[in-house]
Ligand binder design. Structure first.
Ligand code: FPP
Length: 255
């Protein structure tokens, strides 16, 4: 495996669906939670790598609204892992200028997770480095419905004219869009779907699907995804640019 990326053209915003923890564990005859624990180690190395690369926004799909339907023990174990991650990474997050935030139905999280999340969010709120967003109890459809409901209420009370409901008005109410749309969306684990992640923001994201199960996802795999992104031509529905930018010297290699 080898990849070369141009540091000048690293995507500013990356979003990752961290899939494959359960299968990783099953392949080893271990409980699913062992896969999630191994997955939390991957979170650490990929967050560090993105910070080093100068990524501005990293959004991780850590727990979907639909994941509440998993067996109680798995949900409880995942919540414990999330709390552990927030407590253990707090210092590193703060020392590295990272800003942490959560998006999703955060009020559904158990108090111990919410408390840990709020503490790091508050302590890091003025940081100017990378923003690390954890999507927790998150659903793209749910988020859009919530925004539509707010707009409908404003129209009903007369503070907003129906004609003023446009993309900008709706987008302004989407927490996942507070930091802009992802340039690159990565999904590990071999499945080729979006699974309700950042539905609005992904409209023009470049998608990269990896067969690697999340616990096995290494920094080199991230470089492969970024290298693929750098070979794409983004057009946003327009025609190709007539002139391409000059090639940049190779600055970073992973092998
Ligand atoms: C999907 O894999 C993954 C999840 C539902 C949870 C992701 C959680 C982590 C990576 C660890 C904790 C997170 C943080 C931020 C520390 P799956 O269980 O659906 O895997 P499968 O498709 O192989 O069953």
């Amino acid at each position: 495996m080898s990849s070369t990326i141009e540091l000048r053209n690293v995507p500013e915003r990356i979003a990752i669906t961290m899939d494959g923890n359960g299968r990783w564990a099953e392949l080893r005859g271990r409980p699913r939670l062992a896969g999630h624990r191994a997955g939390s180690h991957t979170v650490r190395r990929i967050v560090r790598a993105c910070r080093r690369l100068g990524v501005r926004e990293l959004t991780l799909y850590a727990f979907s609204e639909q994941n509440w339907g998993r067996p109680h023990g798995e949900v409880e174990g995942l919540m414990a892992l999330l709390e552990e991650y927030l407590l253990q990474e707090r210092d590193e997050i703060l020392q590295n200028g990272v800003r942490l935030r959560g998006i999703g139905s955060l009020d559904r999280l158990p108090a111990h997770v919410r408390g840990a999340l709020e503490a790091v969010t508050e302590a890091s709120q003025d940081h100017q480095g990378m923003t690390l967003t954890l999507a927790l109890s998150y659903g793209g459809r749910e988020e859009i419905v919530q925004a539509a409901r707010t707009l409908a209420a404003r129209c009903a009370e007369g503070s907003l004219a129906p004609e003023a409901v446009d993309e900008r008005a709706l987008e302004a109410l989407l927490p996942s869009m507070q930091c802009g749309a992802p340039d690159l969306m990565i999904r590990t684990g071999g499945e080729l779907r979006i699974s309700n992640f950042m539905l609005w923001g992904s409209a023009y994201s470049e998608l990269f699907f990896s067969d690697i199960l999340w616990p096995d996802f290494q920094v080199e795999h991230l470089y492969l995804a970024i290298a693929a992104f750098q070979r794409r031509q983004r057009r946003f529905g327009l025609v190709p640019p007539q002139q391409t930018t000059a090639p940049c010297p190779t600055l970073l290699s992973g092998s």
